[in-house]
Write a protein that binds this ligand. Structure first.
Ligand code: 1CP
Length: 346
């Protein structure tokens, strides 16, 4: 096993951490904007395998990241369950809402998702053929809570208020929805693995707004169910969990869910994460994405800081969240150079 990402995920402490970046294929890259324009709109880009594979490969060609992440979106799975999805230009995703038991019961059976999602699996097959032999291919899905927040509100929201309201007022409907997403996610990730994904990642971007028992019931338990089912079907395929902004919820998350790696956001310090999370295994993270906008000496120092804090255990270097469209591509190159120079000045 020579791929550095797979070695880190197996628990090996490497002299230089492997590196990739959340949203590495994205609007900060001129070549992405060109391919997206060619596709016409974001969903056409996601569902056209040649173009989705092309944008996945762009940051690999430009920077030589150690992993490529499938180009798709967490909202394709709920769309495959039936609700309409569209992207309002300049505003973000919009989705037909699911808030009643009738609507939950009207969702398609999980076996029916693959018709819609077939192009995603085809993108994975193209990537498995075309990626350089040292580059690891990561598939992904949204975690049930995060996907549910978009299905319930019909859009992104700062506080996930609509999903919390349904959870607190109509527990049966909310729990039924989480169940359906959980089962469909297992089948979706399983097909990505069959098509050639070597690692899968569960994005729970809004896990931080679940507190106490809610965090256990709707972030931790669904992740544990998905991971157990995937491990039974695909033993040996590593899984990264990202319960973003979980804070103390990060502690013990890998053990409780069976995840091989926990991705850490940048609201906690790398020292804290090394002491409390990396002690149990591989961690991924957690440079603040703002450095990709601001660059300079502060970027170099912060990058060295992250590398050095996690030096004592298995680590995959990444940002604490996705790179933003206003980032400067040269800053990404500087981050990579700094990491590969052992965290010291390149
Ligand atoms: O205009 C554009 O080109 C669309 C911007 C964009 C991109 C590049 C969206 C819309 N999705 C994506 C791709 C994407 N989304 C990937 C591809 C792989 C990569 O390079 O990382 C991945 C992994 C995602 C995952 C995703 N989509 C998440 C989880 C991770 C995170 O950032 O927290 C979430 C919450 C979404 C929903 C979504 N899709 C797009 C937007 C703008 C959003 C957020 C909407 C909101 O909350 O308001």
């Amino acid at each position: 096993m020579t791929k550095t990402i797979l070695r880190a995920l197996a628990g090996e402490t490497l002299p230089t951490p492997p590196i990739w970046m959340m949203r590495q294929a994205g609007r900060y890259l001129p070549e992405y904007r060109a391919t997206r324009a060619q596709a016409g709109d974001f969903l056409s880009l996601c569902y056209t395998p040649d173009l989705a594979a092309e944008v996945t490969l762009q940051p690999i060609r430009r920077y030589g990241f150690d992993a490529a992440i499938l180009f798709a979106d967490i909202l394709l799975l709920p769309q495959a369950l039936g609700p309409k999805l569209w992207f309002a230009e300049g505003e973000g995703p919009r989705m037909e809402t699911t808030t009643t038991m009738e609507q939950v019961r009207a969702l398609k059976p999980k076996g029916a998702i693959h018709d819609t999602l077939a192009p995603v699996y085809e993108t994975v097959r193209i990537l498995a053929r075309e990626l350089p032999s040292e580059t690891t291919l990561i598939g992904f899905a949204g975690a049930p809570w995060t996907v549910a927040t978009y299905m319930i509100a019909g859009r992104g929201s700062k506080d996930q208020g609509a999903a919390h309201a349904l959870k607190n007022t109509d527990r049966a409907t909310f729990a039924a929805l989480i169940d359906i997403i959980t089962e469909a996610t297992v089948d979706y990730l399983s097909e990505q693995i069959k098509a050639g994904a070597e690692v899968v990642k569960l994005f729970d971007s809004w896990a931080g707004s679940l507190k106490g028992d809610d965090f256990t019931d709707f972030a931790l338990k669904p992740a544990a169910r998905i991971i157990a089912a995937l491990k039974a079907r695909h033993p040996g395929v590593p899984i990264i969990a990202f319960p973003r902004e979980a804070g103390n919820g990060y502690i013990g998350f890998a053990k409780a869910t069976g995840a091989d790696c926990v991705a850490i956001d940048n609201s906690v310090t790398p020292e804290w994460a090394a002491a409390n999370v990396q002690k149990d295994g591989c961690v991924q993270g957690n440079l603040a994405p703002e450095h990709m906008v601001t660059g300079g000496e502060a970027l170099v120092q912060a990058t060295r800081h992250v590398v050095s804090a996690f030096r004592g255990g298995p680590h995959i270097f990444n940002l604490g969240h996705g790179i933003t469209p206003d980032a400067n591509p040269d800053n990404v190159a500087l981050m990579i150079e700094t990491v590969r120079a052992g965290g010291s000045r390149p």
